[in-house]
Design a protein around this ligand. Structure first.
Ligand code: PGA
Length: 251
């Protein structure tokens, strides 16, 4: 695992955007695995700036998002489809038909999941996967004790995740209890992975993921086995790491 320390959320975002931009410049038809939540918002903003000045061209880029809330249509304001359109897709020259997000209202859930994995394969797999991390160590919506062999699947969100997601919903709006998420095996099949974490609330999960045992209790710990993982951490997210390695790689 390579660890890049950033002094702030903004610096983390800039570093992540540069890695994404570099990926697209080197391979204009890159298949990107994208994440939602609050962590990557700054990264997408930085990427849009690079697009605005002509450094990045999304016209041939393909994207697959990690997850979608089960029960929310793509038009729902809290759906990740809506999030992606507003935060990134409508602000760059990506072709919407090149963007993929699991349907939150599939007719047949099993078919939808299988189709999603098949589509990723049909594009040759994900070149670069962006990940956040839950304070419980989840990646995508793969909660603790998800099987490492899982592919795209329907997930019961656990209490911590539902509580964390409440901040995006208004008071009387029900918060989804389930989601469709790429599985852990699917994530591990990406050629490169970049995980972003910011804030003290992530410090414990980051420490366990990087320095703890590889265990389904901490889904992100599987990343220790991946050949090309970069973690970009702000100081707070890195604050519980014990190893000297992270201090050395500060830049
Ligand atoms: P966050 O979520 O970026 O909103 O903190 C990350 C995650 O739960 O994977």
């Amino acid at each position: 695992m390579k660890i890049i320390l950033a002094n702030s959320y903004d610096e983390m975002s800039k570093k992540a955007a540069i890695i994404l931009a570099n990926q697209i410049i080197l391979k204009p038809d890159s298949v990107l695995g994208l994440a939602t939540g609050s962590t990557p918002v700054g990264t997408y903003q930085e990427l849009i700036k690079l697009y605005d000045v002509g450094i990045v061209d999304f016209s041939n880029v393909i994207t697959f998002n990690l997850d979608e809330y089960y029960g929310l249509s793509s038009e729902h304001e809290q759906s990740y489809s809506h999030y992606m359109r507003k935060i990134l897709f409508e602000r760059v020259n990506i072709e919407l038909e090149n963007t993929h997000i699991p349907s939150g209202v599939p007719e047949d859930i099993e078919k939808e999941c299988l189709l999603y994995d098949t589509k990723i394969d049909s594009f040759g797999g994900i070149d670069l996967q962006i990940l956040g991390i839950g304070s419980n160590g989840h990646i995508g919506f793969n909660e603790p004790n998800t099987r490492f062999q899982s592919m795209t699947h329907l997930v019961d969100l656990n209490y911590e995740t539902i509580e964390a997601n409440k901040r995006f919903f208004s008071d009387n709006e029900p918060v989804p209890q389930k989601a469709i998420s790429m599985g852990i095996k699917g994530i591990m099949q990406a050629k490169k992975i970049v995980l972003l974490a910011s804030g003290k609330g992530k410090a414990d999960a980051v420490q366990k993921a990087v320095e703890g045992p590889i265990t389904p209790e901490v889904p992100a710990s599987i990343l220790q086995l991946h050949a090309d993982v970069t973690l970009i951490l702000d100081k707070d997210a890195a604050s519980q790491l014990q190893g000297a390695i992270c201090k050395k790689s500060a830049s």
